[in-house]
Design a protein around this ligand. Sequence first.
Ligand SMILES: Nc1ncnc2c1ncn2[C@@H]1O[C@H](COP(=O)(O)OP(=O)(O)OP(=O)(O)O)[C@@H](O)[C@H]1O
Ligand SMILES: [Mg+2]
Length: 448
Amino acid sequence: MVAIEETVEWWKAIVQSMNDGVLVIDRKGIVKTINPEYTRITGVNPDIIGEPLLAHRPGAQLPDTMKDGKSRVGVYRKTRGREYVVDMAPILVNGEIIGAVSVCKSLNEVHKLTKELAEQQEKVAELEKRMSSIYKVRYTFDDIITNDTQMKHIMTVAKKAAGTDLPILIAGESGTGKELFAQAVHHTSLRRDKPFIPVNCSAIPETLIENELFGHAEGAFHGALSGGKAGLFEMADGGTLFLDEIGDLSMDVQAKILRALQEGRIRRIGDAAEQRVDVRIVAATHRDVTQMITKGLFRSELFYRLNVVSMQIPALRERKRDIPLLLQSFLPAPYTVDRDVMDLLTSYEWPGNVRELRNVIDFAVCMTEDGQISTQHLPEFMRKLLPLYAENSSLLPLHQAVEKAEKSILSNALRNAGTTVPERTKLAEELGISLATLYNKMKKYNLK
Ligand SMILES: Nc1ncnc2c1ncn2[C@@H]1O[C@H](COP(=O)(O)OP(=O)(O)OP(=O)(O)O)[C@@H](O)[C@H]1O
Ligand SMILES: [Mg+2]
């Protein structure tokens, strides 16, 4: 007897502590048990125990289950704002139906979670949209102004490469339009609606670059952001990562980037798990990376991985016929330049390339009052060069003609020589002057 009582207590305890709602009726349809979860989900009070279920819940199907002996699964119910699903089954003892049990699960929580999930998804979509608009590119191939054969060839290559996910390495002096090309490639690619993330590798201090590129996990270090921080690789997911001035990266960071590219995965600082990222890499540099490899300053594996499509943008002085075209496009509508200005602009060597040309034009436009730009409106450093570039050199005073020739010889020699002190010393020797004289002349003629 004691044993049976214990067993009954045991089963009661189980039913009471279940996470599903349970209601039991006997063969007469009288409610025998209601557990607290059933009350919470359906709002039916335990005070109906001992009374017929149909008296309190006229639409109940549980008595039918008992009558026909058939289970019912996943019956949807909604009463007074409460939503739940019910499973019903007859209780069989020795082949005889002695009652029925109803087990229910609330849908309100599911709905609440679904609603929250939908809200979060909407927020994520909104943020993604905003991020891609923040990181939208400004330039397309139509913005690249040129009439130069070599440049046109590079544009053809770039347009073809844009349709693929191949990495691109763009080399060229400062201001030649490397970023312009990178943006145009992204704009023409299938990734155009995803972010274009530019990273200026030379502007981020060595100690911070890993954090910038790969981000960190929450609690990764003192000062780590709560919730962690996404790195630029993650931000560029699905889009293009523009690694500008790649030649300025330390060997150590080069190794980390190489790993990320090889694996297609990154790991935030302090994170145990890696995550997959899908980024297209466009890299740029004004340095001679092959020379850096020989000097042990750049990893050849990284170079070969980036240099799948390679483009060398020519300096502006190597395509001087582009100057009038560029001038035309940079000059606002009513402005014109006079003959002397045009001569000076086309004679100048433009060490800062297209960017420098644009700056000079912007300055001149700002200086003139009547829309007619003459040499007096040019920046001082250019006005100083005027005698050197005067149109007809045979009419120049002798010392100016000599200076002009000297500048031209020096600028050619410098272009073909390296920039280290031993290389410059060697150049001075070849020119038959001292290193100090070479530097003085470089300063005088604004050569680099
Ligand atoms: N072919 C071109 N047509 C029109 N604009 C150009 C052209 N090339 C460069 N520019 C303009 O010159 C400026 C410099 O270009 P960009 O920033 O792409 O140069 P860069 O090679 O990345 O220079 P840096 O190495 O200094 O970063 C930009 O304002 C760009 O719009
Ligand atoms: Mg740039």
